[in-house]
Design a protein around this ligand. Structure first.
Ligand code: LLP
Length: 403
């Protein structure tokens, strides 16, 4: 198996395992396809940094004109370190701290996506203290069912995200009397890994109605942020293509005087990355067969956290007999299973496997649980590759601790 023109085995030999491997060509293709799908409309693609926050990935998207959707001061610092355009940054999240608001305001970001009355109040204070008006949009909760995993659906009434429509209208009216903020947009995000455009059409339609209403009241909105969420194929899902997705968003917004802001994460990076891992042991038991590999739930938590499916493939094709096995990691948790009941060629100790579609929410959610250093990250380009994040070392694990 190759990443572009580089055999994964060559990467494993020089960098070791577990290692995340990303393809430049795929990342570039994805950002271009998304940008192109919205050609002819005023739009801004703000890559959702949380999906994969490696500086090399951010820098690549920045060079393609992307802005960024951030949720913390840390993500803003990453955008700055990657030389991303801070004026194209939108700041999302329900729990922004005062110092984070102040930092982002002084950095000069495009807008704050405000999620509560108290946050707006604080942003106003921060703006007045800095003697500027902080540009904001309210994230509304469109109350639609995104039909995705309950842990990643965010647009339902019961969700902690966004504010109800009626309250949003009040917030915009209230904000007119404030000296430290200025309303420039309206925002929503209904959830992640969406495989159907219907909830998106419904949400965008509702939000467009609210945008019109607010403009009618004289609120000078210029940006309509429709969030991210477009799904990818991990196994058998059939997410809409970019043309269909773009149409689903553009149609309800026809005639609207707004820059469409998009916050794609997963769709840009998921299929551009694999997690490369090595077989440690085979372990047949009376009831099940286990293949123990050197990547665990600390490296890729999606299967354990969301019961997510990631295809697992041998790096070197092996002909002949196949075996049903459970691919598990070394972490001391029963949920440390990367793939259960997988029919795979009979693997030998030392064989390499690739956990597919691991470019999104892989490394960015990795931890050092069980005091396991986090994996290295490698970026391939054509026939060359480079380490874009070094493997953590043992002494990194207790940096800052004292005896
Ligand atoms: N915008 C906002 C406000 C978000 O909360 C998110 C994701 C995105 C954009 C990007 O969504 P995407 O295009 O990547 O679906 N860790 C989970 C996914 C959590 C998504 C959180 N918010 C996973 O591994 O499936």
């Amino acid at each position: 198996m190759f990443a572009e023109d580089v055999p994964l085995s060559a990467i494993a030999r020089t960098v070791g395992t577990p290692t995340y491997v990303y393809s430049t060509a795929t990342l570039e293709r994805h950002i271009s396809v998304v940008q192109d799908a919205f050609e002819g409309t005023r739009h801004l693609v703000c890559y959702s940094v949380k999906a994969n926050s490696n500086l090399a990935v951010l820098s690549l998207f920045a060079k393609h004109g992307a802005g960024f959707d951030i949720v913390s001061a840390g993500e803003l610092a990453r955008v700055q370190a990657a030389k991303g355009d801070v004026q194209k940054v939108v700041f999302s999240g329900v729990g922004k701290r005062e110092d984070e608001l102040a930092f982002a305001l002084s950095a000069g970001i495009l807008m704050f996506n405000v999620e509560s009355r108290e946050e707006l109040e604080l942003l106003d204070r921060v703006g007045r203290a800095a003697k500027v008006r902080a540009p904001f949009s309210v994230r509304v909760n469109p109350d639609v069912d995104a039909k995705t995993h309950r842990y990643i659906a965010t647009g339902l009434k019961s969700s902690k995200f966004g504010v109800p429509f009626a309250e949003a209208v009040d917030l915009y009216r209230w904000a007119r009397r404030m000296k430290g903020v200025v309303a420039i947009g309206l925002d929503c995000h209904i959830g992640s890994q969406l495989t159907d455009v219907k909830p998106m059409i419904e949400a965008v339609g509702k939000v467009a109605g609210l945008y019109r209403l607010l403009r009618g009241e004289g609120v000078a909105l210029t940006h309509l942020d429709v969030g991210g969420g477009l799904g990818v194929t991990y196994g058998t899902e059939k997410p809409p293509g970019l043309a269909e997705y773009s149409k689903a968003i553009r149609t309800p917004l026809e005639g609207l005087d707004a820059t469409i802001v998009l916050e794609p994460g997963r769709v840009l990076v998921a299929n551009a990355g694999v997690l490369l891992s090595r077989v440690l042991y085979r372990k047949p038991t009376a009831s099940k067969h286990f293949t123990v590999v050197d990547a665990g739930m600390n490296d890729l938590i999606r299967p354990a956290l969301y019961e997510a499916f990631h295809d697992i493939r041998p790096v070197k094709p092996r002909a002949g007999k196949k075996l049903k096995t459970n691919v598990v990691g070394p972490v001391c948790e029963s949920s440390d299973v990367l793939g259960s009941d997988r029919t795979l060629p009979v693997l030998e100790q030392g064989d390499l496997v690739a956990v597919m579609t691991a470019g999104a929410y892989g490394m960015s959610m990795a931890s050092t649980y069980n005091s396991r250093p986090r994996p290295a990250e490698v970026l391939v380009s054509g026939g060359a590759f480079r380490v874009v994040r070094e493997r953590e070392q043992l002494n990194d694990l207790y940096r800052g601790e004292t005896r």
